[in-house]
Design a protein around this ligand. Structure first.
Ligand code: CP3
Length: 361
């Protein structure tokens, strides 16, 4: 039997499941190294600012028309190899009924922070039925995107706990750690609860057609490896496990696990059940490949600040990352953290073109 494609007929070698993003994530051969950007949809784009005008962030995230359009904007403009759903890590908490606002230039702010054991036990559960808007947005998007994969995402239990306990963004996450040490049982219950809602949020996106998922544990890098391994990692693993048993034949997609400042945690992070480990700019990719060990692809690791630098610096850094990424079994090019709001969108388009030119097989 020949395997040649019949023109116009979908077959096993087309569609988002065969995209370079999915192939790189699973360590398969790619046509070109895939590239996308965390926060590619957002304030760096004038078309985003125009569409968002007059709509609050959390309202926009629950409007399937806006979610679809905002998610597609960077795909059209930059030709990136993946779309990432326009949403936010706090959305499962908001939908569950927790009073949260996203303040422009600040981030998520919680009206009644979690400060006691009673506060943990009073947190509402996320009902999957409340996520109809999300399933609608994802299925519309996958229809519009064709062969371009959609990445679904959720916030990891630890990073969500930092917002709930601190009441908003913080640098040291001292209250969070103090709660973790002082109330170990309530901490376990809190993270277990957050892992269930993250899994429900991800499962909804996968069932509606997302081609990959990313778990954002942005602030895990503030933990020691021991605390991370014993008090946090098991709950992140529960999120990925909650997606269903791969062996049992549930619809499965590659899993990316990301955090900032996780150099010391890289040998552990894949253990949660990831196919791809996200790396920030602090650790070069060849060294990161050594730390994560075999069996994982890498994602990263351009410093977002380099997008604000001159073209010569930008090109040099992109070439370096392409080269160092060859040490991993698969490489998805991305930033080490999100696009900064004052980034020139032209610099992003330029990186996409350069990566494609440098890596075409
Ligand atoms: O990456 C994408 O393009 C998809 C959309 C996305 C958003 N937030 C949209 C957003 C994703 C993946 C997130 C995840 C997220 N949200 C994380 C994990 C990633 C990371 O950056 O570490 C975190 C920690 C949050 C919490 C959060 N929400 C912060 C820190 C902020 C920024 C506050 C600010 O205004 O500077 C938000 C708001 C937010 N989330 C915006 C966007 C586009 C800005 C809202 C606006 O346009 O007013």
């Amino acid at each position: 039997m020949g395997t040649a494609a019949t023109p116009g007929t979908p077959n096993a070698t087309t569609g988002p499941a065969d995209s370079d993003l999915v192939r790189a994530a699973l360590g398969r051969e790619v046509r070109r190294t895939p590239v996308w950007f965390m926060r590619q949809a957002g304030r760096s784009l004038p078309e985003y600012r125009a569409l968002r005008a007059g709509t609050a962030m959390l309202a926009a995230c629950q409007d399937p028309d806006l979610v679809t359009e905002i998610t597609l904007q960077p795909v059209r403009r930059h030709g990136v190899d993946a779309a990432i759903l326009f949403s936010d890590i706090v959305l499962p908490l908001v939908v569950a009924g927790i009073d949260i606002d996203i303040k422009p230039g600040v981030g998520p702010v919680i009206a009644h922070p979690v400060r006691s054991v009673a506060d943990v036990d009073a947190l509402p559960d996320l009902e999957p039925e409340a996520l109809g808007f999300l399933a609608t947005a994802v299925s519309r998007l996958t229809a519009e995107l064709g062969d371009t994969p959609l990445i679904g995402f959720a916030g990891a239990p630890f990073t969500l706990a930092t917002y709930l306990i601190e009441g908003g963004p913080s640098k040291e996450h001292a209250r969070t750690k103090a709660f973790m040490y002082a109330e170990p049982q309530a901490w376990e219950r809190l993270l277990a609860k957050l892992s269930v809602s993250a899994a429900v949020f991800l499962r909804t996106q996968v069932d509606a057609g997302a081609s990959a998922v990313q778990l954002f544990d942005s602030w895990a890098g503030v933990l020691s490896a021991t605390d991370y391994a014993t008090r946090v990692l098991p709950h992140s693993r529960a999120v990925f496990d909650g997606l269903g048993d791969r062996a049992a034949g549930v619809r499965d997609v590659p899993r990316v696990h990301f955090g900032v400042g996780t150099g010391e945690l890289l040998p552990l992070i894949g253990d949660a059940g990831a196919d791809v480990v996200g790396v920030d700019w602090r650790v070069p990719l060849d060294e990161a490949a050594r730390r994560v060990g075999p069996g994982y692809s890498l994602q990263g690791n351009l410093d977002p600040a380099v997008l604000l630098a001159d073209r010569e610096t930008l090109d040099r850094e992109v070439r370096r990352i392409v080269e160092q990424g060859r040490a991993a079994r698969g490489h998805v090019i991305n930033l080490g953290h999100g696009v900064l709001p004052d980034t020139d969108p032209g610099a992003i388009t330029h990186v996409v073109e350069l990566v494609h030119e440098l890596t075409a097989r």
